[in-house]
Design a protein around this ligand. Structure first.
Ligand code: FES
Length: 494
């Protein structure tokens, strides 16, 4: 059943009033952060429809306009009125709550005198609802809460300090998605006066999560990992420096604060683009303790990468859009999109340039309920090119092409990836495919390792990672563009 709200002109914009009422409205709020660019925030005025905006005319048919449909973010109602919410249902997003550090990585951590980041965390959620899962009660109450604060999803886990077991998990989609799917949209929203709203909607959900987790045990501390923008929005730091050159964070060191009466810490990051989630991932994989070189890749709306060993780490990040988090128009998970692209390439539906053959160019290619459009292919192609160009540049700078011993694929994308298909479309070179390990949610795993380690040792370990890491801004690298173009082809990498 569709939900209606009573718009009150004196209460501010229609879009903001709908967001405030989002618990009841359900559905997705668009992906452009209220800029009239995605066409997803449809509403229908049951009376007094305002004149259509330019964006309304772009996304809605004349018939729909006559029936009172408008885009909520662009609508400027003249008066109080009743509005029906018609947003599309939120697509399902997989939330990876477990990490799968290889036996080798766990052993390395034990050899280093620590307890490892793993433990029996065997929860793997799918879905778009808040979800709570409890592991068997172990009677353990010496626990802490590890949080992976992602741009798309948030995972909170109550961890037993002694054995690293996940006692309870609370996972949800980041409610800030209402203001856009990526960090740039969130920064723009914060800059336009919505910083407090963004912060509050997240705090509300975190507090809900804490209450649920506390049914199992009271955490002695809360450890947050996440990208630099998520950290700034949570902590109420100004984000003005994050969205424009020279991309200067307000605060990048470890932050200590209080959350609902619990001591909390947000782990340190390296730069505006390479945040605590990557420091945490590097820590979880033990990269900065190994002599051999490793390549770490975390694919989401941003692709973050690091190459190095205990002597030094080069890291960078590149925008990957929504392709690796799921093709928005096709409702396909990013990993499935990679597999489908490989199949389309093999069967001749698509050529190496990413062009669909006729009749699929015009109509899209159907498999079951799904239709893959030319735009879906382009999104994947641009994301793939950005990742390949970034990773190859890092590997070359580190003179590491033929010396890489481990490739860690972090995040939901890496977790579900079919490596052979990724090789077929040129996302991963064949030479590296034998050493690839899908390691799951390393941002969370790093927070777990931090929580289980001695105070002095954990602080020294993260300080060291930050100290030996050097971020590279791809936009300032003259060869990046040529590499990007060269990486567009859907073909095995040389
Ligand atoms: S058009 Fe994207 S949120 Fe309104």
């Amino acid at each position: 059943m569709r939900h209606t709200i009573q718009f009150q002109k004196k209460e501010g914009s229609l879009f903001d009033q709908i967001l405030a009422d989002r618990e009841k409205a359900g559905g997705t709020y668009g992906t452009c952060g209220g800029r009239g660019a995605c066409g997803k925030c449809r509403v229908r005025f049951l009376s007094d429809a305002p004149l259509p905006s330019f964006a309304d005319r772009k996304f809605l048919t004349p018939q729909e306009l006559r029936e009172g449909y408008r885009l909520a973010c662009m609508a400027k109602p003249y008066t109080d009125c009743e509005v029906e919410i018609c947003f599309a249902p939120e697509r399902e997003i997989r939330i990876v709550t477990e990490s799968e550090l290889s036996a080798g990585a766990e052993r390395d951590l034990r050899d280093a005198g620590e307890q490892g980041a793993g433990g029996e965390r065997d929860l793997r959620n799918a879905g778009n609802e808040r979800s709570v899962q409890k592991a068997d009660e172990g009677g353990e109450r010496d626990c802490f809460c590890a949080v992976d604060l992602g741009t798309t999803t948030v995972v909170m886990q109550l961890i037993g300090r002694r054995d690293g077991r996940a006692l309870s998990t609370y996972a949800f989609q980041n409610p800030q998605r209402a203001y856009g799917i990526d960090v740039l949209a969130r920064i723009a929203a914060a800059e336009s006066g919505k910083a407090q709203a963004l912060r509050q909607m997240l705090l509300t959900e975190l507090e809900n999560g804490l209450k649920k987790l506390e049914e199992t045990g009271k955490p002695q501390e809360i450890i947050f990992s996440g990208n630099t923008t998520m950290g700034h929005l949570l902590l109420g730091y100004p984000v003005s420096g994050l969205g424009k050159a020279p991309f200067t964070p307000y605060h990048i060191q470890t932050s200590y604060f209080d959350l609902s009466g619990h001591p909390a810490v947000f782990l340190p990051g390296i730069s505006a683009f390479v945040g605590a989630d990557i420091v945490s991932g590097v820590y979880a994989c033990g990269m900065a303790e190994k002599e051999e070189l490793s390549l770490f890749i975390d694919l989401g709306t941003n692709g973050e990468m690091a190459v190095g060993n205990r002597d030094g780490i080069l890291c960078t990040a590149t925008a990957a859009g929504s392709a690796f988090e799921g093709g928005v128009s096709a409702q396909v998970m990013g990993t499935d999109m990679t597999a489908l692209a490989a199949d389309m390439l093999k069967s001749g539906v698509m050529d190496e340039t990413g062009l669909l053959a006729e009749p699929w160019f015009a109509e899209g290619w159907r498999r079951g309920e799904l239709t893959i459009t030319q735009q879906d292919i382009r999104n994947l192609q641009m994301a793939k090119a950005a990742i390949c160009a970034g990773a190859s540049l890092l590997l070359e700078r580190a003179r590491a092409w033929d010396r890489i011993a481990h490739v860690y694929l972090a995040g939901g994308f890496g977790y579900y990836l079919d490596v052979e298909k990724a090789v077929a479309i040129g996302l991963i070179p064949r030479t590296l495919c034998g050493i690839c390990a899908a390691v799951g949610n390393t941002s969370l795993a790093g927070a777990v390792r931090y929580g289980r380690s001695q105070k002095a040792a954990r602080e020294e370990a993260l300080d060291r990672i930050v100290r030996i890491s050097r971020p590279i801004n791809l936009a300032q690298q003259p060869e990046f563009e040529a590499r990007y173009i060269a990486s567009m082809a859907f073909a095995e990498m040389e």
